[in-house]
Ligand binder design. Sequence first.
Ligand SMILES: [Zn+2]
Length: 241
Amino acid sequence: MIPILMYHQIGEPAPKGTPYRGLTVHPKRFTQQMRWLKRFGYTGLSMQDLMPYLRGEKHGKVIGITFDDGYQNVLHNALPVLQALGFTSTNYIVSNHLSGDNFWDHHKGIPRSALMSEAELHQWLAAGQEIGSHTMDHVHLPEISAAQAQQQIQQSKIDLENRFQVEVTAFCYPYGHYNATIQQWTQNSGYTNATTTARGLALNTDNPFELPRVTVSRSTHLLRFLQKCLTQLEHKKRFAS
Ligand SMILES: [Zn+2]
């Protein structure tokens, strides 16, 4: 069983009462979470680095680290922490909106937050981190035409690969919305894995195009975080005495 952590933004929280405020984790809390994982002997890995463990080809204490949407505050607040600990991670990029913002959230009253620019994504990659695709326009894949959905999945991969000269093998379904056909298109487009918003630890037997994740929100306290991450066995062993 391998936890794949799902983060969105790492920054100061928006004022109380702001919708979806929980999606922003405070930098201090993020740092504390990463340091504790390291203390427990875990290494945080990008999806690319994690896949051999998920396939059962490699064994060790590893945890997947993912960020949705490509926020600039992840570059500023999370990257230095990841680098200091020797962790890698995956950030899922909305390929048509480099330097843009989370426009898809505005109607819900979520404050605007900047997405990484092309230069910032180069920094992210140069620091050994991975980029995955989160479609071209953060669309609801099951709700658009088949042609549009296929283009959103395929073209985002091609565009990111051409622009950054890296292979893009990780995909994340926007809003966690997908179905069997969409999963198949994702596989056919040349990705090797896709994450969802289903909660849970990933198993070797899971379909790699339907991987569950562990949500970490602003209010996830340390002990709960560790409970969510470490398996019950590990938890008992460490806290028994
Ligand atoms: Zn998203």
